[in-house]
Design a protein around this ligand. Structure first.
Ligand code: PXP
Length: 263
């Protein structure tokens, strides 16, 4: 299983002061030195963290493949064509959200996604669609012509947090998951089962499967057991840990968890 390290939150820290440090480009060589496999960045429409200049320098200088997350927006797509990253992961985007909530509506955006997917692939960029783990979304992703899907692990991660974290903040932020433990356990099993079945189904259709969102040093272990997921994209928890341990160590700690399976 490969690890893509999402370095957006380094730019979040920089943007808190609107100065030059920390520079997410400095993380690129450290991700490689730690032994991870890919750099992941999200060029949001509102440029709240990674900006055009970051994306350009990271793509030009990274010795690892760069996975650029982006919305279906016309202006962003022009940029992605110009930047020509190794892979583009198309994600839904709402300006008011704190982070990407839910997967793409592949049914509603089918034609647009198909056009974008063709354009990107013609330009030499692999295409991945960030979707919720359900069979219809997987079939449509295949029909759109994407080579990859990235399964949204947000629901699994939220249920896990409700069950095993006693942070009241987490609990306040997920009202619909304020349920008795027995119910949460059932929901966690169901969410995992959906990820397992979706991976197998996508693989059977010839799609490569990545997963990500909300994964951390605790909840990643169950995800690592899923056969057929070839890559995880993880960001927030690695940057959070790096405040205390240093960035390279935080990446190595995550790699140790996810590569255990391969040893
Ligand atoms: N994958 C996708 C498609 C995402 O949008 C994000 C968040 O930017 C991640 C992975 C990483 O999520 P997290 O920061 O919660 O690890």
């Amino acid at each position: 299983m490969f690890l893509g390290v999402n370095i957006d939150h380094i730019a979040v820290l920089r943007e808190a002061r609107k100065i030059n440090d920390p520079d997410p480009l400095d993380a690129v060589s450290l991700v490689k030195r730690a032994g991870a496999d890919q750099i992941t960045i999200h060029l949001r429409e509102d440029r709240r963290h990674i900006n055009d200049y970051d994306a350009k320098r990271i793509i030009e200088n990274s010795q690892l493949p760069v996975n650029l997350e982006c919305a279906m927006d016309e202006e962003i797509m022009k940029k992605v064509i110009e930047l020509s990253p190794h892979r583009a992961t198309i994600v839904p985007e709402k300006r008011e959200e704190v982070t990407t909530e839910g997967g793409l509506d592949v049914m509603k955006n089918f034609n647009n996604l198909q056009t974008i997917s063709k354009k990107l692939q013609k330009n030499g960029t692999e295409v991945s669609l960030f979707i919720d783990p359900n069979p219809r979304a997987i079939e449509l992703s295949k029909d759109i012509g994407a080579q990859w899907i990235e399964l949204h692990t947000g629901l699994y991660s939220n249920i896990y947090a409700m069950l095993f974290s006693n942070l009241s903040y987490t609990k306040h932020s997920i009202k619909e998951l304020e349920l008795p433990r027995i119910e949460l356990k059932k929901l966690l099993e169901k969410a995992l089962k959906e990820l397992v079945e979706s991976t197998a189904y996508a693989n059977s259709l010839g799609l490569k499967v990545a997963a990500g969102h909300g994964l951390n040093y605790q909840n990643v272990k169950e995800i690592c057991k899923i056969n057929g997921i070839v890559e995880l994209n993880i960001g927030q928890c690695i940057i959070a840990r790096s405040v205390f341990t240093g960035f390279e160590k935080a990446v190595v700690d995550m790699l140790e968890l996810i590569k255990q399976k391969n040893r």
